[in-house]
Design a protein around this ligand. Sequence first.
Ligand SMILES: NC(=O)c1ccc[n+]([C@@H]2O[C@H](COP(=O)([O-])OP(=O)(O)OC[C@H]3O[C@@H](n4cnc5c(N)ncnc54)[C@H](O)[C@@H]3O)[C@@H](O)[C@H]2O)c1
Length: 267
Amino acid sequence: MTQGQRLSGKVAIVTGGASGIGAETARQFAAHGASVVLCDVQDDLGRTVAQEIVDNGGVAEYHALDVTDEAQWIALVASVEAKYGKLNVLCNIAGVSGRPANMLVQPTGVMTGTALEDQTLENWNYIMGVNSTGVFLGTKSAIPAMRRAGGGSIVNISSICGIVGSFANAAYHASKGSVRIFTKSTAIQYAKEGIRANSVHPGFVDTPMARPGLLGNESGKARMDATPMGRFGKPIDIAMGCLYLASDEASWVTGSELVIDGGMTAN
Ligand SMILES: NC(=O)c1ccc[n+]([C@@H]2O[C@H](COP(=O)([O-])OP(=O)(O)OC[C@H]3O[C@@H](n4cnc5c(N)ncnc54)[C@H](O)[C@@H]3O)[C@@H](O)[C@H]2O)c1
């Protein structure tokens, strides 16, 4: 693919940037001219991704960030503004499945999370903390900086699990449904200031998080059967959606939900 300059001159924060969809999004943003600050709790992996981008001629740095920690968010945004002068794009990608080691297997063969009645409050709070509260804190921290920059784009990774239910972990579904509707509220509250917010809803994408439920087991077969296009997604399939929403090509797009799932939820 010919690399363009679709984010030329923009400064972007990408969370979950050490792995999977976040790492590929950071690579694509940098390849299209953005200065990328990729954040994660996996420091070694994150530094490796940033170095790879720099080695390929891009501008990137790794910044340790636990998305559930408001003080860390405030410090991150301040350091980005101090170093790059502005913040244009926030891509909230960090997430956890909260999948327990011993997954239930439904009659369909689909592995699931804990049955709802057995869900611990601790596990619920962990999943909601990273997937939902993390998006809230990032958005809250970024908006004043985006206002100072004259506008911006917030791209939140939800999931098909934020649109439909399933046998899978109800806490994960709830967290992703929260991201979907939080994004629409953000879009409405800040539209007049040129700050856009959109959610992205991946289907089954082969990443370290999803792989245990996709490859070499009955769950994977059931999920493949449910995917009309006959393959699992790759991180780049999702990264290209994030790239569009982050760019000025999407300048009239806000409050929308971009489903990238190989046709699964069309069924
Ligand atoms: N892979 C899929 O099939 C799929 C489908 C739908 C949605 N998603 C969503 O896509 C996003 C990326 O997931 P992925 O599949 O690339 O998985 P991944 O595990 O490869 O990446 C998730 C990243 O988030 C980071 N992270 C976890 N907790 C964090 C925290 N507290 N602070 C900062 N970073 C933290 C992890 O360290 C990891 O690097 C997640 O939000 C996930 O829920 C994935």
